[in-house]
Design a protein around this ligand. Structure first.
Ligand SMILES: *Cc1c(COP(=O)(O)O)cnc(C)c1O
Length: 393
């Protein structure tokens, strides 16, 4: 009897997932980009099998390209879910995931700390469709439980919140939601499946902006939702009718970035922890938000949920934030996104959280002096030297 095959490490899985062996004698090692809006069929039977879904085959671009299908296989493998659905943006994926299971009269409970546009989607668009939403502190389980109603269908949170790096207790929230017949939806963009797989902790819907860590180079744009095949089928119907298809080129680009996910996340995590450790002791830094610091409010939970580190994100309240940004100009760019291989700075007050009312931003701890750091994969000595010089200037 042969020994059972060990499951591959995530680094291996990320490098290989999705692409399937092609039968030709000489086949391209990298899948080509299928830039065709329509596919030709040999006869009516073939077309019928494709249209009915009996034999999955591409037939029209909006319904999915071969590149998107390859990326879906890869992302389902990485998140450890039955299926995945890629979309034209992270917001398209979140919208399709939630609208797949919601209808007028339903109710959603969400962490108030979610990404600014997710907040606006839930606060302003869903009520127009007759879906009510309650905003809570997802770290306060009594508050979460009290917000549930008989009509609550979904609890939505982020696995690491933007920008203060709060860590919700996913197993506890999954138990709470499932106990009341609701689904747990987790935006896993900040963590990536290299750091955390929410489905292992009970999440039913796992979403990402693939424009961030999954693609990793600020050059591909799109989103994904991962989960059970029946939930993905519901989301796919909504997505295709609303027109949220991902482009073949973005799917292809994301797949190239994905191959180094394991290596990149290891480098991002180590560098971010080192930067947090230095900033927290600096006299010109008022506060540092990173789950690997012992004063983080969910430090112990974070260490349990994230055994391999926390990725590259942290935030810091700097004494003279405008001066710090100016001193780093030309080396560390101010760019309102995240997860590039190069380090970038962002200003949550004026960008990601701009849609929130000013009082709500302050209540959440998002002040005008707060900078979010997306730590890249550069040499850590170079990075620390640049930060220290900027703080001294
Ligand atoms: C960027 C981001 C989104 C939105 O994704 P898009 O691809 O920009 O539509 C959603 N959630 C989080 C946590 C993000 O960082």
């Amino acid at each position: 009897m042969s020994a059972p095959k060990p499951a591959p490490d995530l680094t291996t899985l990320a490098a290989r997932a999705g692409e399937e062996a092609r039968p030709n004698r000489s086949a391209p090692l990298v899948e080509p980009i299928y830039q065709s809006t329509v596919y030709a069929f040999a006869d009516l039977d073939d077309l019928d099998r494709a249209m009915s879904g009996e034999e999955p085959a591409s037939f029209y671009y909006r319904n999915g390209t071969p590149n998107a299908a390859t990326l879906e296989r890869a992302l389902a493998a990485l998140e450890g879910t039955e299926a995945a659905l890629v979309a034209g943006s992270g917001m398209a994926a979140i919208s399709a995931a939630l609208l797949g299971v919601l209808r007028a009269g339903d109710h959603v409970v969400t962490d108030a700390r979610v990404y600014g546009v997710t907040y606006a989607l839930l606060a302003e668009e869903f009520p127009r469709l007759g879906i009510e939403v309650s905003f809570v502190d997802a770290c306060n389980h009594e508050e979460v439980a009290a917000a549930f109603r008989p009509q609550t269908r979904v609890l939505h949170v982020e696995s690491l919140t933007n920008p203060l790096m709060t860590v919700p207790d996913l197993p506890a929230l999954a138990a709470l939601a499932h106990g009341r017949g609701a689904l747990l939806s987790v935006d896993n963009t900040f963590a990536s499946p290299a750091m955390l797989r929410p489905a292992e902790h009970g999440a039913d819907l796992v979403t990402h902006s693939v424009s961030k860590y999954l693609s990793g180079h600020s050059a591909a744009f799109g989103g994904v939702v991962c989960g059970r095949a029946d939930l993905m089928a519901l989301a796919r119907t909504r997505l295709l009718r609303l027109g949220g298809t991902m482009s073949a080129f973005d799917a292809w680009m994301t797949l190239q970035g994905l191959k180094t996910l394991g290596l990149r996340m290891r480098a991002h995590s180590g560098n971010a922890q080192a930067v947090a450790d230095v900033l927290v002791n600096h006299p010109r830094v008022k506060a540092v938000y990173h789950p690997g610091l012992s004063d983080h409010p969910q430090f112990h939970l974070a260490m349990d949920l994230f055994p391999n580190g926390f990725g590259g994100m942290l935030s810091a309240e700097i004494e003279d934030a405008p001066g710090f940004v100016r001193a780093l100009a030309g080396r560390i760019p101010l760019a309102p996104s995240l997860a590039d291989v190069v380090t970038t700075l962002s200003w949550p007050w004026g960008t990601s959280h701009r849609p929130l009312p000013e009082t709500e931003r302050r209540r959440l701890g998002i002040t005008p002096g707060l900078l979010r750091l997306s730590i890249g994969i550069e040499d850590i000595g170079d990075l620390l030297g640049e930060f220290e010089a900027a703080l001294e200037s």
